[in-house]
Design a protein around this ligand. Sequence first.
Ligand SMILES: [Zn+2]
Length: 314
Amino acid sequence: MLDFGMTRVVYDRVCLEHDTGEHPECAERVRRAEAWLRDPACRTEVTWHEARRATLADLERVHPAAHVERVRSLAADGGGRLDADTVASSASFEAATAGAGACLTAVDLALDEPGPLPFALVRPPGHHALADRAMGFCLFNNVAVAARHAQSRGREKIAIVDFDVHHGNGTEAIFYDDPSVLFVSSHQHPLYPGTGAAEDRGRGAGEGFTLNIPLEAGTTGPELLEALEREAAPAIERFAPDMLLVSAGFDAYRHDPLAQLAVDVDDFALIGTRLAEWARAFTSGLWMATLEGGYHLDDLPRCIEAFLAGSAAP
Ligand SMILES: [Zn+2]
């Protein structure tokens, strides 16, 4: 099999210049991940792809122009605080447009050049960002911008699976009344940001197109996988998406400093393999993934490696 063990990583080093100061969401996360993915000992063979920058038109499919301008002008003025735990530096607008742009490039790779999983290695993350404001370390909602881009390219029904340990409240809110996007989130509950109850299933025409899978502290990788298999797989199969997008956060990792799940490094490989199976079964292999959280600096590279290697398993 030609693409055995291979992955495609979409990247722009400008993401390292988003300077958050003393903060769990720091450049070192991605710097170390990049170094390990380039190391010959890495278990997956990576081809690197330059991220494009998201344009105002790309971002405005999700965010009002006023929000984009708020982030741009704050960065242009040297940076500052966007919410209690979300900061911008002078390079943050560039980094954030590259982050969303990497997701657009990943969608285009999936659509135009069939092959291994395109993974957007980005920061700032995106899934807490609401349409009209930054939140929870996130400036623009990268995966939501990617979903609208995929739709603009004729893939009408998009499934988003978010296995970050935190609820993807921004992504949920953006698509809450939209039946064209199925949003599935597994997350520790209760935990920041407090949303993501199982009863929250969408609104109006979007009723039934949000699926929250709250998990108790201490949930293990096999238990998480079992919950995804039991609840998410049938929902995605029934929805019959044209493309699968994955918000891949690695803070469900057992030693992550921001949460209390008990997922091991190798469990992320099993998650990657399972999602690859779903992509093949439900979307003819059209899928991409993007980095969300994951704050254990020493082990995040191994968690990403495991997920990518698992996604490329035959
Ligand atoms: Zn998270």
